[in-house]
Design a protein around this ligand. Sequence first.
Ligand code: MLT
Length: 419
Amino acid sequence: LHYDGKVYELPIVEGTENELALDISKLRDQTGLVTLDIGYKNTGATKSAITFLDGDLGILRYRGYSIEELAEKASFLEVAYLLIYGELPNKETFEKFKKDITLHTLVHEDMRKIFDGFPASAHPMGVLSSLVCSLTAFYPASLNPNRSPDAVNLTIIRLLAKMPTIAAWSYKNEMGHPLNYPNNALDYCANFLYMMFAYPTEKYEPDPVVVDALNKLLILHADHEQNCSTSTVRIVGSSQASLYSAVAAGINALWGPLHGGANQEVIEMLEMIQADGGNIQKYVDKAKDKNDTFRLMGFGHRVYKNFDPRARIIKVACDNILNKLGIHDPLLEIAKKLEEIALKDPYFVERKLYPNVDFYSGIIYKAIGIPTEMFTVMFALGRLPGWIAQWRELNMSREPIGRPRQIYIGEKERKYVPM
Ligand code: MLT
């Protein structure tokens, strides 16, 4: 096989379809090539015009625009529009989009009854996914796969508008604080901060530095092609389930520590190193020791064989934001030192284990007052436009239902012997 200027010797294999699938995946591991894997037909690959990433070069683009440029110059809502509709808005369309969203930020008062049933110990992600799914009950028209494009768009606008309200509620539930209703005079990110942190007795002015940091973080998390939660949204959506139930499924997928929980684990690791006297070399050595269960959290990525471009932007943003807020966080010093030591160590360099997006994001969230249990909720808030865009793309192209192919590896035929 001639591919990309290289010649690969491929063994000739014979066997059943299942046996061949196993051979092909072995071959893929050996050559690094992505080959046709007959075991994973509908979910192993999908065509999409939303996000481009090149793991070798560390490139990430939303609809063709560089993520660096968007994080620097655009607002989260502009990026949401771009991801969902494929084009950047002009002034007029953007004003209409913002207005449409503000019309729907309130959540139906009857949803309070569901919300009030959650104990304070409920994880905010459980509250978020349940309430997002319950939107299907309050807007049953969203269940109709054959509704008009305008009706589909209303479903999208409602979700974008209500998600920050529900996300802030999930935090208030945990705190036992009274809820703040949306303040539509504020923009999307500032309104979320208002619903999170304003006290009814005080005038709340969101700090522009914090609003800016939040916009950046949400933009950097807005889509990342076929990751676990996004492919979940696509596969649930492929059955023509409603946007609300597909996104609720995505939230649940994100909840897992291997996906959205990673930045929380980074903070916990940095705190552990700090509590142990800040001996970074000790933990670098532990990470290299095969017999030690310790792992460096926030290092390496399944797709990036180089720097995660988001990590580079977040590192700079982290420094700037903490400086502007006048915060000295010893965890940032530990994180930077850890990165410096690890990246000089051949063990990490050879394995291309570079810091990923999760390595610095938790430090920023901590600096702007977001507690660790809310980190995954923040990820969900950022990923929402990506999920919606992927659901809409699939929905518009009327893709067939997802049906991962199974390669059976269990027992052959067995005889039932009664007890
Ligand atoms: C993401 O942003 O979704 C993560 O980097 C996970 C992934 O790409 O699989």
